[in-house]
Design a protein around this ligand. Sequence first.
Ligand code: ADP
Length: 326
Amino acid sequence: MSGIRPTGFLHLGNYFGALRNYVRMQEEYECFFMVADLHSLTTHPDTKELKLNVHRVLSENIASGLDPDKVALYCQSHIHETAELYLYLNMLAYKGELEKTATFKDKVRQQPDNSNAGLLTYPVLQTADIIIHRASLVPVGKDQEQHLEMARNFVNRFNHRYGDVFPEPQAFNYGSELVKVPSLDGSGKMSKSENQNATLFLSDDDELVRKKVMKAKTDSGPLEKNSQKPGYIENIFLLMKLVSSDDTIKKFEEDFNNCTIRYGDMKKQLAEDMVKFITPIRQKAEAIRNDEKYLKFIMEKGAEKANKSAKATMELVRQAIGLNYY
Ligand code: ADP
């Protein structure tokens, strides 16, 4: 189970941190993937563009390879039981631990005039989203590691108090570790809301991709053979590893180690490989986004599957808590 907020176009971080794993998991597991529209209200209270953004995220999920016949692809707000489970979990979440969450502290810094309770309890709602399907594997990027640790704490408290209802959810990735796709300016991660010029979106046209990649921070090259790469150069290699061939990467690694690397050439190659990767997804997503009837059908079908699973879980939860008086 996993989700992505409809707060803008998806980017390479969303793809390689999350979506790529979703697409592989659909062949092996029973999967639930949602557009996290309720979570977006914590930072984007203005809902004028919400519908458009929900349609965008759905389209980009499908264009990236998710098959709505194989998975439940749905909208968070269509599953009302999640709100009930969120309420119960709130009684098991402590103010101190919520205030210490890194993402809460970041968001309060970013929006000091709107440090709302939804932001504080974001990890609680996220836990409810996951365990409403009693899911155990949660494909996410590295930035979500702490939230998953909190989810395990809430689950263990619930199970300890009311009996074993939920499996412990784990952050999941097909690689050896969780992914963090760095931003092109060498600082922080690619993100929908921050640093838009240093983030490659799945919706960027070819020229924009080239422009952004060519602006990535470099320097005049290494002075000593086999030296350590500065962080911003390491990031360019990391991005290359996502989309370029092994031979290409090997060539630039050798050039770096011999001090013959030309970063302009490296960025040109990276830009072309990015264009090759992004273009088909962008074109497919555009076509799907224009088909509102199809998107409505997908959302209804997804909600039906997710509601069935949520209702079954809530029967167990109410029973376990003791909310069964007749
Ligand atoms: P954003 O931070 O762009 O608003 P979300 O919070 O909706 O994105 O995150 C959706 C998914 O994408 C999560 O699983 C998150 O871990 C993953 N993700 C977001 N940015 C990155 C990144 N730069 N690298 C790896 N994974 C990322």
